[in-house]
Design a binder for this molecule. Structure first.
Ligand SMILES: *[C@@H]1O[C@H](CO)[C@@H](O)[C@H](O)[C@H]1NC(C)=O
Ligand SMILES: *[C@@H]1O[C@H](CO)[C@@H](O)[C@H](O)[C@H]1NC(C)=O
Length: 235
C-alpha cells in the first residue's frame, strides 16, 4: 500500500513538474516576434489599452512638414488606429492635375485652403442625367470650399491657375487605398482592352498608351502651362 501511495505521489509530482521542466527542452527556441506599434494597437483589448501604448503627448502629433508623404494614415500615425479616419495636407502646383483615381475604402472630404481647384467626379453606374447619360459632377473650389468624393467614385482634381493651390482632405478610413484608373485598366491583357473599348484602340496602340500613362500622381496640363509661362517638367 505504501509503495502504491509513493508511486502515485511521484507520478503526481512528475505531472506537476513536467510542463515546467519539459517546455524549454521540447519547444524549439523561436525568435521573438516583434509586433509593430500599429499591430499592437490593433489587437489591444480596449481603447483604454490603446492609450497605454501611446504614452507620450507627441504620439498624438503628426508633422506634415517632416513626412515623406502628404498623408497621415494609421501606418505612419499610429494614434489613428481605431479612429476610422485619415487626413491629407497637400498642395497641387499650378497647371497640375491629379490622376483619375478612386479610393476603395473611403469617402473623401476635399477642401481647398488656398488657390483654386476644379474637380470632376463620376459616381457609381446608374447615376444619370435627365437624358440618360452618366452623370459627371464638377465643382470649382476656391479657398474655404469643400466637396465630397463618395467611396469608390472616380475623381480628379485640376489646378487651372498658375499659383499653387493648398488642399486638405479627410478620409473615412485608416487605410483608404487608391485605384489608379488608367494604370490599372491598361494592366489588363490586350484582348480585354480591345473588347472593353469597343475595338476602337488598335492593338499596336495599346502598348503606346501604356507607356504614355505618367508615373507620377500629378500630371501637367499643357494649355495652362503655356498661359503661365511654365516649362514642362514632370514632378
Ligand atoms: C501653401 O502651402 C505651402 C506649403 O505647405 C506653404 O508654404 C504656403 O504658405 C501655403 N500657402 C498659403 C496661401 O496658404
Ligand atoms: C507670359 O509671358 C508673356 C510674354 O513674355 C507675358 O506677356 C505674360 O504676361 C506672361 N504670363 C505670365 C502669367 O507670367
Amino acid at each position: 500500500m505504501l509503495s502504491k501511495f509513493v508511486l502515485s505521489s511521484v507520478i503526481a509530482a512528475l505531472a506537476v513538474a513536467y510542463p515546467a521542466q519539459a517546455a524549454p527542452q521540447q519547444m524549439p527556441k523561436r525568435d521573438t516576434i516583434e509586433l509593430s506599434k500599429v499591430a499592437q494597437l490593433r489587437i489591444a483589448d480596449t481603447a483604454v489599452d490603446r492609450f497605454k501604448l501611446l504614452p507620450k503627448d507627441e504620439d498624438f502629433m503628426f508633422d506634415f512638414s517632416k513626412s515623406q508623404i502628404p498623408v497621415a494614415t494609421a501606418s505612419n500615425f499610429p494614434a489613428l488606429v481605431g479612429s476610422g479616419a485619415s487626413f491629407s495636407l497637400a498642395s497641387l502646383p499650378g497647371c497640375h492635375m491629379a490622376f483619375l483615381h478612386l479610393h476603395p475604402r473611403a469617402s473623401e472630404l476635399f477642401a481647398v485652403t488656398s488657390g483654386r481647384v476644379v474637380t470632376e467626379m463620376v459616381p457609381e453606374a446608374g447615376v444619370v442625367t435627365a437624358d440618360g447619360k452618366q452623370r459627371v459632377i464638377r465643382t470649382d473650389l476656391s479657398a474655404g470650399m469643400l466637396t465630397i468624393f463618395p467611396q469608390g467614385s472616380f475623381h480628379t482634381q485640376v489646378n487651372p491657375n498658375c499659383e499653387t493651390a493648398n488642399i486638405s482632405a479627410f478620409f473615412t478610413a485608416e487605410d483608404f487605398g487608391a485605384g489608379l484608373v488608367a494604370d490599372q485598366t491598361f494592366a489588363l491583357s490586350d484582348d480585354v482592352i480591345i473588347r472593353t473599348f469597343g475595338e476602337s484602340i488598335p492593338g499596336e496602340d495599346i502598348e503606346k498608351i501604356r507607356h504614355a500613362i505618367p508615373g507620377t500622381m500629378a500630371i501637367l496640363v499643357d494649355e495652362c502651362m503655356a498661359k503661365c509661362n511654365k516649362t514642362k517638367r514632370h514632378i
